[in-house]
Design a protein around this ligand. Structure first.
Ligand SMILES: [Zn+2]
Length: 85
């Protein structure tokens, strides 16, 4: 009964994970390898925002056409807004 100590919820499945001691899993802060993998997968498919977006944007950063396209898209959006209001 020495380890009624700190726990936290697994980021993936909310199961209780020990913060310290022998009960702390090697996959900490995840409760299991499966939860760790599914969190990585969430990053990869864009469920978590940061990972993919800047990369794909950088790929087009040197293309001047993308700026024109963005401008046109913004114009369209602004037009739609003014039409509706
Ligand atoms: Zn879990």
């Amino acid at each position: 009964m020495t380890q009624a100590s700190a726990i936290m919820p697994c980021p993936t499945c909310r199961r209780e994970v020990a913060l310290s001691g022998a009960a702390r899993p090697a996959t900490f802060p995840f409760c299991s390898p499966r939860c760790r993998t599914s969190d990585l997968a969430a990053w990869a498919d864009g469920s978590h925002v940061i990972a993919g977006t800047p990369l794909s944007f950088d790929a087009y950063a040197d293309d001047p056409g993308i700026d024109q396209m963005m401008d046109q898209m913004m114009d369209q959006v602004m037009d739609q807004k003014t039409d509706r209001s």
